[in-house]
Design a protein around this ligand. Structure first.
Ligand code: UD1
Ligand code: MG
Length: 455
């Protein structure tokens, strides 16, 4: 049990101008999930007493995207300190620790949050814990000015820093844990007399020091405090997230032939001894069981693939596809909302949608389930051990019985009995010698026309 209770404040009122978007910055996705939700997942593991999100514009969007959070507005963006002031009513009676996070810094692990809490719990005189880091390029981050004993004296914003201060490598990530009993009293003492004309949250450090309270620093890895301000940063965050997913998959016993070309979603679940060939994309909601091979350039989303199945190359599995054990989905096959039982084979160039296919049935090349009449969707049911000839169109709603045979090129509009043969195509007939006679006659006509023109 932590000694102190904790409430979380997530700052998200910044304008996010550089994203050039109608969508709130914190709702842009990484690995198929809004960045705010990546952060909220880590916050949830911390189990705080309260989570308050400070928003400016697009408040409705954030409100619609979250549960179990209080939302407060900061109508004018007068700085990070001012943003935290906006929570004073919500946290009026709250006296525990307050952890300030940024909505656009989504990958802070719960363990770091706990480290900050532990740093304060270890010493009652510690009024603030700042999360620092040493970036490769310290750029325009605020600098942490430390005393000889390593404790933090103050934070100086880049804009306000001297060249000696700018030479400091230890930077402010922005995350801060503050004694909640003191927080709003200290905020009242902030001024906006600085280069930006803003109320800096970072100035709380100097205020706490003036009250003889100690300020501690916990150091993070640069990757854990990665922030997102632009589409380029978003792509960078995505790349970082994908790298983590690939490493985790391989550590869990998945073979990735060319890891850098495989893309995961936040919830992709791969069992051990799965093999993923190059260029595979997993959208949200994919579960892959043991010993499955996903061949190159396949796209899967909202799908379960059961043990031992083989998918692709160039397969497209869409939401609601449930591929049975040891089944085979071959190249240029699209499957949507369809349950394929054990050992079903759909090897080439097919569309299977709104369908159920029984065990060990074989679906020939080019078979299409015609599931849509332009208004409504209908189902195709195929029994076990059926054989559907190549280039058949199964016009739903329709049922094909167990063990039935559908002749190639059929357009099936009526149910087919179990073990029957259905042929639904023009009957072949032959006229002996017709082709040769036709060629002779047409060549003569063409020659006569040419002779006439030549005159
Ligand atoms: C801030 C820190 C800086 C640190 C850097 C890390 C201050 C004064 N400076 O600077 O020391 O190195 O983050 O990235 O805190 N926000 C609001 N309302 C506001 C202003 C900001 O909600 O009025 C939110 C933003 O949405 C964002 C966060 O606070 O999530 C940080 O704001 P930003 O403007 O990026 O701060 P920096 O100037 O980068
Ligand atoms: Mg910033």
């Amino acid at each position: 049990m932590p000694k102190h209770e904790v409430a979380v404040i997530i700052l998200a009122a910044g304008k996010g101008t550089r994203m050039k978007s109608k969508h709130h910055k914190v709702l842009h996705s990484i690995g198929g999930k809004p960045m705010l939700h990546h952060l909220l997942d880590s916050v949830r593991s911390l189990a705080p007493e309260k989570t308050v999100i400070v928003v400016g514009a697009e408040r409705d969007q954030v409100e619609a995207a979250v549960e179990d959070c209080e939302i407060v507005a900061q109508t004018e963006q007068l700085g990070t300190g001012h943003a935290v002031m906006m929570t004073s009513e919500t946290l009026e009676t709250y006296n525990g620790d307050v952890l300030v996070l940024y909505g656009d810094v989504p990958f802070i692990p719960t363990s770091l949050m706990k480290e900050m809490i532990a740093a304060r719990a270890g010493n009652d005189n510690t009024g603030i814990v700042v999360l620092g880091f040493r970036p490769k390029d310290p750029a325009r981050y605020g600098r942490l000015v430390t005393a000889e004993d390593g404790s933090l004296e103050r934070i100086v914003e880049f804009k306000d820093a001297t060249s000696a201060e700018r030479a400091i490598g230890l930077c402010n990530s922005g995350m801060m844990l503050i004694d909640g009993e003191k927080l709003f009293g200290w905020l009242d003492r902030l001024s906006n007399k600085n280069a930006a004309g803003e109320y800096y949250l970072t100035d709380l450090v100097a205020v706490a020091r003036a009250d003889k309270r100690a300020v501690a620093v916990v150091e993070a890895n640069e990757e854990d405090v990665l922030g997102i301000n632009s589409r380029e940063d978003l792509a960078h965050a995505e790349a970082h997230f994908q790298r983590k997913c690939r490493t985790a998959a391989m550590a869990a016993g998945v073979t990735l032939t060319d890891p850098d070309t495989v893309y995961f979603s936040y919830d992709t679940r791969l069992a051990s001894d799965v093999t993923i060939e190059p260029g595979v994309f997993f959208g949200p909601g994919v579960v892959i069981e043991q010993n499955v091979t996903i061949k190159a350039y396949s796209h899967l989303e909202g799908v379960r693939v059961r043990a031992g199945a083989s998918i692709g190359p160039f397969a497209r599995l869409r939401p609601g596809a449930d591929i049975g054990p040891d089944a085979k989905i071959g190249n240029f096959v699209e499957v949507k909302k369809a349950k394929l039982e054990q050992g079903v084979k759909v090897s080439h160039l097919s569309y299977i949608g709104d369908a159920v296919i029984g065990a060990n049935s074989n679906i020939g090349a080019g078979t299409i389930t015609c599931n849509y009449d332009g208004f409504l969707k209908f189902e195709t049911h195929i029994g076990a051990d059926a054989f559907i000839g190549s280039n058949s169109a199964l016009v739903a709603p329709v049922r094909i019985g167990d063990g039935a045979l559908v002749a190639a090129g059929s357009v099936i509009t009526e149910d087919v009995q179990a073990n029957a043969l259905a042929v639904a195509r023009g009957k072949q007939y032959e006229k002996a010698g017709f082709s040769a006679e036709f060629r002779t006659a047409q060549a003569a006509k063409k020659a006569a026309l040419a002779a006439k023109k030549g005159k």
